[in-house]
Design a protein around this ligand. Sequence first.
Ligand code: CA
Length: 375
Amino acid sequence: MDRRKFLTAATVSTGAVLTGCNESNRQAIDYSKHPKKSVDTKTVNINRNKKTVIKLATSWPAHFPIMGTGVEEFAKRVKEVSGGSLEIKIYPKNTLVPALAVFDATSSGEIDAFHSGPYYWKGKNSAFSLYSGMPFGMTAEEINSWMQFGGGMELWREQYGKYNLHPFLGGNTNIQMGGWFRKPINSLKDMQGLKMRIPGLGGEVFSKMGVNPILLPAGEIYTSLERGVIDATEWVGPALDIKMGFYKVAPYYYSGWHEPGSILELTFNKHSFSKLALEHQSIIEVCTREMNANMTSKFHYENIYALQKLKELDVTLRQLPKDVTDAGKKALNEVIGELCSENKDFTEVYKSVDKHLSLSKEWSDASLGYFLNER
Ligand code: CA
């Protein structure tokens, strides 16, 4: 398929024929309720003789590219901006709590904060996966505008609040690649029975298309692919994929639509955050915004150069056939319908996402969509 057709197909609406989330269930969002805050300077009260230390655990190894180093940069900036009165002490994965126990450890107050991704907490509440994004969903720019101005952050904080948590945007991978396949995909038939490492909502969509989604720890993906235990894997994008070496064992690299703009989170224990001096709270807000912007740009920048390296290694970029993409859209509607029927929290978030996405698509298609096709 040529690029123009692919882009057009990939931006067609996912449709609103959803059993649990139909149009009539939609409620108008009051966009006038943007987050507002006024600072009472009398309550700003930092004791500069006493350093405040925040314990923050991550789901990444120490110095992990972009995500790990981005959090380290955040901690450095917090220290600088606060004149050394606020220190973020980072505990990389498994040094204080296991990688996927950071949500519970922060919720209980064992630690003050974590850096991770909301899709990991789908088992706690399926609604949380939507904060990371969804197949055929919002781009990084669209999700930022939904979060900051379209009601997303209020919903997220309300739902995480029930777990004693207070989230901030903590980066965005930008659009992810569809993944690495051992054999080419020429039609939907080639997806049937395929064993693929693909988590989250993307995994559920692929499952409805006949793929067998497999969950594997990061350290086991390469050998599983090499030995044929799995036939394909998605990961992130060129910058992180090249370091995993997948191109050596699965040479077919596909563009994707399953994670168009996955966000990362910097989430605080609510009590830990509220007891900070107001000035420290503002420093956290400003520095998380900086981290969110920096990490998003860094992913884009690193992907540019990693793609060139992959091309030098004779990796060919491919696009999924139209029948696969069409089946993906149909499967997404089924998955969304089922999750809405099961979980009213999911329905609430989906309605907000759907409202923003429907409107945003018109603008994005008319502006960026047109431009990218013409450029
Ligand atoms: Ca991924």
